[in-house]
Design a protein. Structure first.
Length: 604
């Protein structure tokens, strides 16, 4: 059975990523892209669905692990009665083929090491044909996929499973390299394991050194920025929500989704993080990916796309995988890609304004696309939609969706006023006013002093915390304060924020999920904006305390089980950490001006 989600660490080459367990087993790896079929899928099943174990053969008494400073190179130290084994894991930044490099090094005494390599293609379904390579390694082939495995020590091949045990004395080390390539092409030359590891270390440190962020939370922010970079698909600039699929939002439940795609709504907050840290190149690439992906008919704009902008993300269930701790079904693809969600228009326009404010040059073709999207939104904003949480229980007039439609026209007006773009600004102002009026009239419950999830409902939604963050209302407005307090009162469980109450809202699925970490970070932002700084810092400290031993966060947290749940690591959670840390640092540095400065940063 797979380990607890928080017992995994991430390695990656900015085109795909692997999860490495505390037990030394790589239980998840999709090749050659984030959204490709997995060749190691034990995370969603058992070892026979594919994994790569490298660890002591004897009992491990204690395990310690860390990333090399400012890198994505993982070091895991296994302490046994006989000695200490260090396993160094990395994926070199890709030149031609994707590689996984593992080095076993004995630090003390003498250690018996066990290697177990079980290769399966197509998410554990396809057993490859394995043969010996000319260089003494192994080649596994099935259909379009091929893997070349180069062991540093002779191994004993047993049909489809490679098993080896060997002894290392103090000071000795041995390296292993696994390389994927298309089966119809020649076998690529393997990288040198020690040299590739050092090159990868230097690459990440050079990248991290470009950050201009400091502050009280520098180490946490740096780790989150490195995680975001690792989730970037380098050829296009798109950033996937997570490198995994079907890690459950409730253990044993059915809320299991594929997050190996790029969401439009992540764009603004991700851009804010990247620009604040000085990563203009990455922000520019993400902006360009966004524009390429949404190009086309405005009515066909999707909420998510593939890493290269693919639109067809057909959802399938993989019946041969039992799911993480029995959480079935396992899904690939995502049917929510075909949903109608109004908020993405606001998020797109917000992202474009943020880019301009951040110094990224104007693109007239991009502006024409934005104007076309706004033309469509002039009538579409009145329609019900599936909302930010991608409900599968029917469309409704969600308040957050209407607010984000307001954001779209507001940012268009600002593009004209601040950056000289040409457009029907008076009509946009009128639409902005009309949407604002309607939301305040139909989306606010005066009796309870809070905005509601949808027009006419009594349910709450943590997405309402975005109202002051996007500038829909000022933080000191009593309706904002009332909404923040209602969320604290009705949606907080054990100190963390639920998206909404799944036992009351009809979202088309059985109730039950963990607390949503991005929403909890939004609450901390709102508390900062309304001047409740001690509460904000307390909540932030509680949230970052959930990160695992190498600083990674999943999508959600189950307070009852005290476990991370949902896909892992989750870009949205790390974006929330970065932005909340920046807001708290600004508030600490300038108490007298904290509200205006924080509001400016968060709302752009």
């Amino acid at each position: 059975m797979a380990l607890p989600i928080e017992d995994y660490a991430l390695i990656g080459d900015t085109q795909t990523a692997a999860l490495v367990g505390k037990d030394g087993s790589i239980d998840w790896l999709c090749l050659p892209r984030f959204d490709s079929p997995a060749c190691f899928a034990a995370l969603l099943g058992d070892p026979q669905h594919g994994r790569w174990l490298l660890a002591p053969a004897s009992e491990v008494k204690r395990t310690e692990r860390r990333y090399r400073e400012s890198t994505l190179v993982l070091e895991t130290d296994f302490h046994t009665d006989e000695g200490v084994l260090r396993v160094i894991d990395s994926m070199p930044i890709r030149d031609e083929a994707p590689d996984v490099v593992r080095i076993a090094r004995c630090l003390e005494g003498r250690v018996e090491v066990r290697l177990e390599l079980i290769l399966r293609f197509d998410f554990g379904r396809v057993v490859p044909w394995v043969r010996r390579a000319e260089d003494g390694g192994l080649i596994a082939i099935a259909g379009p996929d091929a893997v070349h495995f180069v062991p540093g020590r002779p191994t004993r091949g047993e049909d489809l499973t490679t098993v080896a045990e060997f002894t290392l004395d103090a000071g000795e080390e041995v390296g292993f390299v696994l390389t994927w390539y298309p089966s119809h092409e020649p076998v690529p030359d393997p990288v040198d394991a020690p040299a590739a590891t050092e090159d990868t270390t230097h690459w990440w440190r050079d990248w991290a050194a470009r950050s201009r962020l400091g502050g009280d939370h520098r180490d946490l922010v740096e780790r989150s920025l490195i995680t975001l970079k690792a989730l970037t698909y380098a050829p296009t600039g798109g950033i996937v929500a997570a490198p995994t699929t079907s890690l459950p939002e409730a253990i044993g439940g059915v809320r299991n989704w594929d997050y190996r795609f790029c969401w439009v709504r992540d764009a603004t907050l991700t851009l804010q993080s990247m620009l604040a840290a000085g990563y203009t190149e990455e922000a520019h690439a993400w902006r360009d990916w966004l524009l390429r992906a949404v190009a086309g008919s405005p009515s066909e704009m999707q909420i998510m796309y593939g890493p290269a902008g693919e639109r067809r993300l057909t959802e399938l269930e993989l019946e041969w995988l039992p799911g993480y701790e029995g959480s079935a079904p396992v899904r690939i693809g995502n049917a929510a890609s075909s949903q109608f969600q109004l908020d993405v228009y606001g998020e797109l326009m917000d992202a474009m304004l943020l880019c301009r404010d951040g110094g990224i040059a104007a693109d007239e073709a991009a502006w024409r696309l934005q104007v076309a999207l706004l033309d469509y939104l002039e009538t579409a904003w009145q329609e019900p939609d599936e909302g930010i949480w991608e409900v599968r229980g029917g469309r409704r007039p969600f308040v957050h969706s209407k607010v984000m439609a307001w954001v779209a026209f507001d940012r268009a007006v600002q593009m004209v006023e601040r950056h000289g773009q040409d457009g029907p600004v008076e009509r946009w102002r009128e639409l902005r006013t009309a949407i604002h009026r309607e939301v305040c009239e139909r989306g606010y419950d005066a009796e309870r002093a809070t905005f509601t999830q949808s027009y006419g409902s009594r349910g709450l939604d943590a997405a309402l915390l975005m109202l002051p963050i996007v500038g829909f209302l000022p933080p000191e407005d009593p309706r904002v304060i009332g909404t923040v307090e209602a969320v604290q009162r009705e949606l907080m469980r054990d100190g963390f924020v639920l998206r909404y109450d799944t036992s009351e809202a009809d979202d088309g699925l059985p109730p039950g999920e963990g607390a949503f970490l991005p929403c909890s970070f939004w609450l901390a932002d709102c508390l900062t904006l309304i001047g409740r700084h001690d509460e904000a810092r307390e909540l932030f400290d509680r949230l970052v305390g959930l990160a695992n031993d190498v600083g990674l966060l999943a999508e959600e947290y189950d307070p009852r089980l005290e476990r991370q749940v949902g896909n892992f690591p989750q870009a949205f959670s790390h974006v929330g950490l970065i932005n909340t840390a920046l807001n708290l640092d600004r508030a600490r540095r300038s108490p007298a001006r904290e509200r205006s400065e924080s509001e400016t940063e968060v709302t752009t």
